[in-house]
Design a protein around this ligand. Structure first.
Ligand code: KG4
Ligand code: ZN
Length: 374
């Protein structure tokens, strides 16, 4: 079947067409990013995001259909993110989807944004694997699954006994991991979006540390040791707000850091490592308790090279029987192919009567800023 996916929950206007059956193939994956617009404000401004979505949504959909070489009549389903996210932004996507579903008389499904991130892992056309790991075909992903979801809005450990069944076994008590990256980037004047900027700076930082010379930057590094929050707590929850504050205090105590690229690089590397250490520790602890057959990584922060690599190495070392899956980077960050992929799995388990009802979703679909994963 052919599915049109739409995503506008934050600052990407995205549309994709997938062919779904035994596998999920991407026919087109169009993303219009608003990075430049929001960079000048240091973060996403919801109303500006909505205006951009209004401008871009139809051209993006039209490009997705064109690149997939299909017409609207060929579509079997429309799947759209209907929450959680910024409500002015979400409404543009859901309203476009409802209008088109009405006009084209197509079934319409609302998809939870995090469910989309998780199902990015089931996209088959890309081989997403860490080189050193034996990777199975995507359709072979085995349940139960433990999924580490790390994005700008979420940091959760989700246990799945089977498709579309979610048990949240741990989550952040305050900031999400991506949010912490974004805030630390602002403290270090690295710009927006913060995750990739901190990661790029950290790359130079680790090289300096690896070299291990006796110059003063090494001395500075001792001063820069950051905490690993909640590492010893007995649950699977996270907290990143204190870590971000620790970066702020380090800079306040030592203002010369901001004048020195090498020190910024080292502090970025230490911050990134602190986040990665906590995420890996909690994921492995949860895996010891829940014994999943597969560990999945999902969400925008799953684009982080160190996290991808180090989690893979840790799983191989401590849980060698456990499969490790992660999405191709372009499906880590917000996109609409992942929404179409999740739409397919939802559609698959529906009865004929339930499917018929989705033809009425042009009227009934709700958009919710705080939609819960269930
Ligand atoms: O999933 P996503 O695209 O949007 C949300 O659902 O929030 O995630 C965006 C988040 C941002 O906080 C961004 O800074 C972070 O993911 N991010 C990264 C990297 N690429 C994106 N964080 C760390 N390292 C990266 N390479
Ligand atoms: Zn996202």
């Amino acid at each position: 079947m052919l599915i049109l996916g739409l995503e506008t929950s934050c600052d990407e206007t995205a549309a994709a067409v997938v062919r779904a059956g035994k596998k999920i193939e991407i026919l087109s994956n169009v993303v219009s990013s608003q990075i430049e617009l929001h960079a000048q404000w240091g973060g996403v401004v919801p109303n500006l995001a909505a205006r951009e979505h209004v401008k871009n949504i139809l051209p993006v959909i039209s490009a997705a259909l064109e690149q997939a070489k299909i017409t609207p009549a060929d579509l079997d389903l429309i799947a759209v993110t209907n929450g959680p996210g910024l409500i002015p932004a979400l409404l543009i996507g859901t309203n476009a989807a409802k209008t088109l579903a009405y006009l084209w008389q197509k079934p319409l499904l609302g998809i939870h944004h995090v469910e989309g991130h998780i199902y990015a892992n089931f996209i088959k056309d890309e081989i997403s694997k860490v080189k050193s790991l034996k990777s199975k075909a995507k359709s072979d992903i085995q349940f139960p699954i433990l999924c580490l979801v790390v994005s700008g809005g979420h940091t959760q450990l989700v246990f799945m006994k089977s498709h579309l069944h979610y048990e949240i076994i741990g989550q952040t008590m305050d900031d999400a991991a991506g949010e912490a990256f974004d805030k630390v980037a602002r403290i270090l004047n690295l710009g927006y979006p913060g995750g990739p900027a901190v990661a790029a700076a950290a790359k130079c930082g680790s090289r300096i540390v690896d070299r291990g010379s006796k110059n003063d930057t090494r001395y500075a590094l001792r001063d820069m040791r950051l905490p690993r929050p909640m590492l010893n707590s007995k649950n699977f929850n996270f907290s990143f707000s204190g870590l971000k504050t620790a970066v702020l205090y380090t800079v306040k105590k030592n203002p010369k850091i901001l004048q020195d690229e090498k020190l910024i690089a080292q502090l970025s590397a230490e911050f990134q490592q602190a986040v990665v250490d906590v995420l890996i520790h909690k994921t492995l602890a949860a895996a010891q308790k829940y014994a999943p057959k597969t560990i999945l990584l999902a969400g925008g922060v799953s684009a982080n090279e160190e996290l991808r690599k180090q989690l893979g190495t840790a799983i191989k070392k401590t849980l060698p029987q456990t499969q490790y899956q992660l999405p191709e980077t372009k499906y880590s960050i917000d996109n609409a192919a992942m929404i179409a992929s999740a739409g397919f799995f939802r559609w698959k388990i529906m009865s004929d009567a339930q499917r018929k009802l989705t033809l009425k979703n042009w009227r009934n679909l709700k958009t919710e800023a705080n939609l819960k994963l269930k």
